[in-house]
Design a binder for this molecule. Sequence first.
Ligand code: AR6
Length: 178
Amino acid sequence: MKEIKVKNSIIKLVQGDITELNTDVIVNAANAQLILGGGVAGAIRRKGGAAIQMECDKIGGTFVGGAVITTGGNLKARHVIHAVGPRMGKGNEDIKLRSAVLNSFKLMDEHGLKTIAFPAISTGIFGYPIDRCAKIMILTAKEYLAGETQIREIVFCLFSEPDFEVFNEELNQISKTY
Ligand code: AR6
C-alpha cells in the first residue's frame, strides 16, 4: 500500500478486488448503456446483486465521460458510481477519461460522500493503455483535492501487480513534480 497527502485528503493505492473494499463508494468501469458486462462490472453484478442493474436500467444510460450513482446492493460500499470511460480508438480518449473521473468526484460532493475507490477505468475490455490511465486518473484526483471538496480519500484499486507498479511509479512522479 502506498499513499500521498493532498491538503486534508489522501490518494492511496491498493492491489486487489475492488468489490471487497469498504469505501463509501466503489466505481464501476461502465459502458454508456449502463449494462453491467464483464471485468469490474461483472464482479459488481455478481457480488452486489440484481438491484444495481435494475437501478441502472431505470436511469437508462449516460454519455461517454459521464457518471451516475446507484446503491451498492449487497456490497460493503454503500454506493456504486458508474463512470463511463473511453473505448480505445474512438477519439479524444484522454479527455473522456478525465471527464469520467471528474464527474465521479462531482457526484461525491453532491451526495456528501467522503471515500471513493476507482479501478483502472478503460484498461480492460476497452483497451486503453495503463500508463496513460495512471497519469490522467492520478493527476485529475490531485487537482480535484487541491480545490474545495469534502472528499477525504481517493483509492486506486489495481487488479494486477504490474498495473499496481505502473500506478505506483506515476504517483511517485506526480508527488515530486507538483
Ligand atoms: N477489481 C479491480 N479491478 C478489476 C477487477 C476487480 N474485481 N476486475 C477487473 N479489473 P474492465 P473497461 C481491472 O474490463 O476496460 C464491461 O463489460 C482490469 O484488469 O472492467 O473500462 C463493462 O460493462 C482492468 O485493469 O473495464 C463495459 O462494457 C480494469 O479493471 C466494459 O467492460 C478495467 O477493466 C468496460 O471496459
